[in-house]
Design a protein around this ligand. Structure first.
Ligand code: ADP
Ligand code: NI
Length: 230
């Protein structure tokens, strides 16, 4: 069903966004893997910023951003169960079937998945994916990578463990790695996968922050682990 009165449509959209915020908060409030409510909020704000620049459907971007990690396979019993949870919520609250399917399609396909997903189909999908990826970069991206590593039981760094070059979706998600190797296996690759011009520009700045951070990390590592006579 599509509401024809423009004012009623705006009111309805604001109401749905408010309910989606509550749902995301309730689902992700206890997350300590870097996919908590504030991650969704940052992704929402960034998606809206890019959507305004690109003239995209802001409602679709905002709703998909708010709910994108409620369906995350890491935080559900399976990818299908996560998608089903979001589908049920959308079917209860969103009456416009086209927008409902659009939001669900974005959520089902935006995940990095070890780099194995095909490109996003719509501008709105590209925008939400860029916003999610930007939150994996820079100072916040560094913080999230270490939070995730701790959550998974991975160590910070092991100079003898080399980053994996080619990695299947299963290995990406299930094999033990180190936080520092995650930079090489994913985070430093992200700047070349951005969809929008704005996303590319911010990704480059945040990429440089991570490179500086890694240089400092190795410097401190060497001065701690290096020869005592130095
Ligand atoms: P997406 O959210 O696109 O599905 P991921 O779930 O793979 O992507 O990663 C989301 C964030 O979780 C990453 O940006 C990173 O901060 C963290 N993360 C995922 N896997 C790892 C890992 N093996 N080591 C450290 N951080 C990770
Ligand atoms: Ni996310």
């Amino acid at each position: 069903m599509i509401i024809s009165n423009p004012l009623a449509r705006v009111f309805m959209s604001v109401h749905i966004i408010h309910l989606a915020e509550q749902f995301a908060k309730e689902q992700l409030q206890h997350d300590s893997s870097g996919h908590d409510w504030w991650h969704c909020h940052r992704v929402r704000q960034m998606a809206l910023r890019i959507a305004k620049k690109e003239g995209a459907d802001e409602f679709v971007c905002e709703l998909a951003a708010l709910l994108h990690d409620v369906a995350d396979e890491k935080l559900n019993t399976s990818k299908e169960a996560g998608i089903m949870k979001v589908r049920q919520w959308l079917e209860t609250h969103v009456k416009d079937a086209h927008k409902l399917e659009h939001v669900l399609d974005i959520i089902a396909t935006l995940s990095y998945n070890g780099g194995h997903h095909p490109p996003m189909k719509t501008l709105e999908g590209q925008i939400v994916q860029d916003a999610d990826r930007l939150d994996a970069l820079g100072a916040i991206g560094i913080a999230r990578a270490f939070a995730y590593a701790g959550w998974k039981g991975h160590i910070l760094y092991d100079p003898e463990a080399k980053p994996r070059e080619v990695i299947s979706a299963h290995e990406y998600r299930n094999e033990k790695g180190t936080a520092i190797n995650h930079f090489y296996e994913k985070l430093l690759k992200l700047k070349d996968t951005m969809n929008t011009e704005w996303g590319k520009r911010i990704a480059l700045q945040r990429h440089q922050v991570m490179e500086q951070y890694l240089a400092q990390f190795y410097q401190e590592w060497d001065s701690s682990v290096g020869n005592l006579e130095d």
